[in-house]
Design a protein around this ligand. Sequence first.
Ligand SMILES: *Cc1c(COP(=O)(O)O)cnc(C)c1O
Ligand SMILES: *[C@@H]1O[C@H](CO)[C@@H](O)[C@H](O)[C@H]1NC(C)=O
Length: 566
Amino acid sequence: MASTLHSKALALTIPVTYAKELLGPVLGRLDVAKSALFYYILAIYARKAYWHLRARGVTASVKEVYLVVSQFVVRLVLRLPSMQKKVTTEMGKARLDIENKLVPKGPNVTRHLALPDDGKSLEWILAEMEKMDVELNGQSGIWNQGKLSGAVYHGGEDLQKIITAAYDRYCVSNPLHPDVFPAVRKMEAEIVAMVLKLYNGPDTGCGVVTSGGTESIIMALKTYRDWAKKVKGITEPEIIIPASAHAAFDKGAAYFKIKVHVIPVDGYTRKVDLKRVKRAINPNTILLVGSCINYPDGTQDDIAALSELALKHNLGLHVDCCLGSFIVPFLEPAGLANGDANGKYKLTPFDFRLKGVTSISCDTHKYGFAPKGTSVIMYRTPELRRFQYYVYAEWVGGVYASPSMSGSRPGALIAGAWAVLQHVGTKGYLESCRSIVLSTRQIADAITNTIPELYVLGDPPASVVAFASKHPQVSALEVGDAMSKRGWHLAGISNPAACHIAVTRLTVPVVDAFIADLKDAVQEAKLAPSGTGSMVAVYGLGKSSAVGPEMVGELAASFIDTLYKA
Ligand SMILES: *Cc1c(COP(=O)(O)O)cnc(C)c1O
Ligand SMILES: *[C@@H]1O[C@H](CO)[C@@H](O)[C@H](O)[C@H]1NC(C)=O
């Protein structure tokens, strides 16, 4: 009998000698099998560790280990009674601060915490809504002055009328019952067809309308997970995403237990580092991701190169055009795809014309100006889309089949989206693309040419521009705070600390004011760096120490709790 450490360990568990002799030959074979299993498992782990190390690189892996260990230590320290008391007090204060900002207090606030005995009239309802708006906003609506980054993408009264008319007509409809609401079914299919056409979908192209970009992305992840399992036998799926990809990829991967490799973007171009993407590909990889355009800084990845990689390795490639939506497909027909006279702001290929692109998400509810709660997920083939469906044929309630996360869905939203696409039309989108993109470029040029303290991140081709500071005395986040004082709501981003504005139709008329305010804000931040702005507080905290992420996570969860305080 082969006497390895391993077989001895097994023998020790059999106390009776003669049993051992009797069973010897059998155990011997068992030993071999057990050793083989041991080495097999060891090999699997070693292989996975190697893939991980190759994807992340040695430095990043060491940092990762350091972070895990330090966070573990922080958690231990935070459990010390003295620390726990301090943390509880500090968190309590922060929570109260959030609550005071969000939840109205005082004797004059009416709270509707139970059903009224008698139903209220329409007049009462509208008056109560007016009261809430005035109480909570200080005025009736602050969203329509063009000073928000993104958030509201049109604000035109004409479109609002179109949307509410469509809602009115299809108020009770539900695409879960296509036999009852055949028009809604037809409109959904037509929305998909129209968007596919914009993205140069092939003849086999197809898709589904979802509730938003996040659902589109989550559904794509489900699709590739199930595809890879069936076609490639992958049971431990991994995806490779740029650091600039939307959080929805991480969210979906967390829901579905998919491993995510986050690849850094180039500091100068802001495009995903292709060498690192290549290194991260391994036999468990199911999907590559690129954005056109990304959320943090509005630049695009090199989708053509990602497409080559996807084809070479037989991987899925999802292009996130949630934000690019109805801007990027119109840059070429608007004559803006080649950038300006100096060749800046150029758009590179991103749609189904690249053979490796297997799916694209496009938010109709962003620059498509459709009502909130609509997006389209497109696939190159119906075979791929099949993996998105959920079917339960033996359900007691009857055969259940649904295309996406929801069961019942609002047909009114589909009707609203369809109506908007019909109303705006190609000419309308071309016009909005032109004005929005030219305004964005005007802002980017102004920052580059007239504000020496700031620089534009990458070479943004479309409707979003981000700025960071290159002046030691100016923090971009403080500039963001100074802009808040002037009524602007910019988005703060990190790595590097920066602010971005997603230009909308509402921003176009106030671009000059934006540039003037930005110049003032930079001077203010330079003269009196406070270091205490709310943007600084929230975004600075995340990186200040190992305690940061832990507490920021806790605070973010508190924030959500607070949203549900009546
Ligand atoms: C907005 C956005 C999403 C997610 O969209 P939601 O509609 O907010 O769920 C995804 N990707 C990018 C680049 C986005 O800007
Ligand atoms: C509540 O409303 C009354 C009457 O309108 C007003 O006089 C009073 O100042 C309000 N109180 C608060 C705290 O807003």
